[in-house]
Write a protein that binds this ligand. Structure first.
Ligand SMILES: Cc1cc2nc3c(=O)[nH]c(=O)nc-3n(C[C@H](O)[C@H](O)[C@H](O)COP(=O)(O)O)c2cc1C
Length: 258
């Protein structure tokens, strides 16, 4: 089995690297680590060229990530919490994923797991939710999402609780079976919720009760939803043409040059 770890941490032997290597060892898998901090990932220019089937106009390393995913059987998104969220390079990669459109069907056959180390339990924030977004916009089949408490480099293997979580990741990948852990959305495995007339999962859009059981299933960011959403975005070009006069008028009223 070929395992690819997408890591956006500056630490050479940090918890993300060690956790990925532990999982690979338990699976008897060959591990390749792509350290995003070493890669050139430019910000999206919002030109929408790729949305209309053109090549991305930015020449950088995003396509390297696709090549590596194609060569892998399963993908670990294994990367730390920085200031309650994913690290900047991870978000930079997410922002470029209109580019993944031609790969979505192929990538939907690839299994994925998320491992998010944090230094402080009370500061773990929503980084794992951001990591779920990456899995979704790449079209990957997410099996498990674990949040790991480990601050010091390599500390990840010092607690039984962490080892149990990493072993669950191994189990999910080995059996190709989704595992929902405590306090997670049963649909998309998210751990962070909004209160809007009850509990709402902001990722998949499912309505949940206080035991996080599904009242109404959402399908947001799932493959078919994504394909439909990209059609909606393409239609917005026509909407912009229709609304352009109104937009220009409003800008002029408020003193903006057009
Ligand atoms: C700039 C920076 C910001 C961090 N912010 C947080 C944070 O908001 N919450 C938290 O729990 N840990 C935070 N940490 C700690 C890391 O998440 C933790 O050390 C983690 O194990 C690092 O993973 P790594 O060893 O794979 O790099 C931060 C670390 C750095 C360097």
């Amino acid at each position: 089995m070929k395992l690819l770890a997408l890591i956006a941490s500056g630490r050479k032997k940090g918890n993300s690297v060690i956790a990925s290597s532990y999982i690979a060892k338990q699976l008897g898998a060959e591990l390749e680590i792509l350290n995003l901090t070493k890669m050139n990932i430019e910000p999206c220019k919002a030109c929408y060229a790729c949305l209309y089937g053109e090549e991305c106009r930015i020449e950088d390393d995003v396509s390297v990530v696709y090549e590596k995913i194609k060569q892998s059987d399963a993908i670990l998104i294994c990367s730390p919490v920085y200031w309650l969220d994913a690290t900047g390079k991870m978000k930079a990669l997410i922002d470029r994923q209109f580019m993944a459109i031609p790969h979505l069907r192929e990538f939907s056959k690839k299994y994925a797991a998320i491992i998010t180390p944090h230094g402080f339990e009370e500061l773990k924030g929503w980084a794992s939710a951001t990591h779920i977004i990456l899995a979704k916009v790449l079209g990957l089949n997410l099996l498990i999402n674990v949040e790991i408490n480990a601050a010091l480099p390599g500390e990840v293997l010092t607690s039984n609780e962490n080892l149990e979580k990493l072993n669950k990741v191994v189990e999910a990948i080995k059996n190709k079976k989704k595992i929902v852990l405590q306090n997670q959305c049963p649909i998309c495995l998210n751990t962070v919720f909004r209160i809007e007339n009850g509990i709402l999962c902001p990722i998949c859009g499912s309505k949940l009760n206080e035991n996080l059981e599904v009242i109404e299933r959402g399908n947001r960011l799932e493959l078919n939803w994504m394909i439909e959403h990209y059609n909606v975005l393409r239609d917005m070009k026509e909407e912009f043409k229709r609304k352009k006069g109104e937009i220009i008028k409003a800008l002029k009223v408020h003193g903006y040059e057009t």
